[in-house]
Design a protein around this ligand. Structure first.
Ligand SMILES: Cc1cc2nc3c(=O)[nH]c(=O)nc-3n(C[C@H](O)[C@H](O)[C@H](O)COP(=O)(O)OP(=O)(O)OC[C@H]3O[C@@H](n4cnc5c(N)ncnc54)[C@H](O)[C@@H]3O)c2cc1C
Length: 172
């Protein structure tokens, strides 16, 4: 029987919101071959409406104060913030040309007052990393076989990857 060959990505990221774009961009920056799968026709649709279209991108409060707002998940989030904190987030955006401004209660917004500024930085980040983006790619199932992930899409196709990041967000 003829053997069918398929591309094996290092990383498949499911969900093209800010978390997925950030994860995909970072993995690509580290030299991995990445595919980003998004069910909508475009990336970061929700991101564009956040903060009334301005995107409250981060907050300048002390980490423990901020985590106190996430009752029950604060311990889990503490390690996340220890690895990538507000300063890291600001450095990420500032070094890519997005100025920010601080408003009341430490809330930080793009200086442009437009969520699309955040979107532009993230889209540029994944472009620079040569992330393969597939939109209108709804993931319906995920299987692990022989140390690889088989990501099944609604259109019947399958994406193969050595690892998989699920960043499908929450319900709004
Ligand atoms: C009105 C409003 C205002 C907000 N304002 C702010 C704010 O100012 N600041 C802030 O930090 N947060 C704000 N939020 C929360 C914000 O939306 C989240 O912080 C952010 O979107 C989370 O990013 P994410 O990538 O985890 O998830 P999402 O943005 O939800 O992205 C998940 C992506 O996964 C895709 N997806 C889901 N299932 C599948 C599947 N099966 N196959 C393929 N793709 C799939 C979705 O289409 C989506 O694009 C706001 C939310 C709302 C609703």
């Amino acid at each position: 029987m003829k053997e069918t060959r398929h591309k094996l990505f290092d990383v498949a990221v499911i969900g093209g919101g800010p978390a997925g774009m950030m994860a995909a961009g970072r993995a690509a920056e580290r030299g991995f071959a990445v595919v980003l799968l998004e069910k909508n026709a475009s990336l970061g649709k929700k991101l564009l409406i956040t903060g009334g279209g301005r995107c409250n991108v981060t907050n300048n409060k002390e980490v423990r104060t901020m985590l106190g707002k996430y009752k029950g998940n604060d311990k889990f989030l503490f390690s996340t913030f220890a690895q990538f904190n507000t300063e890291d987030a600001l450095n990420f955006f500032h070094s890519r040309g997005m100025a920010t401004k601080e408003e009341n209660e430490g809330r930080i917004f793009p200086a442009s007052n437009k969520a699309v500024s955040v979107w532009n930085v993230l889209v540029e980040y994944i472009k620079k990393g040569d992330v393969q983006v597939r939109t209108e790619a709804t993931v319906t199932d995920l299987a692990v076989t022989d140390k690889q992930f088989e990501v099944l899409l609604k259109d019947g196709s399958t994406v193969f990857a050595k690892s998989c990041i699920i960043a499908t967000g929450g319900l709004s």
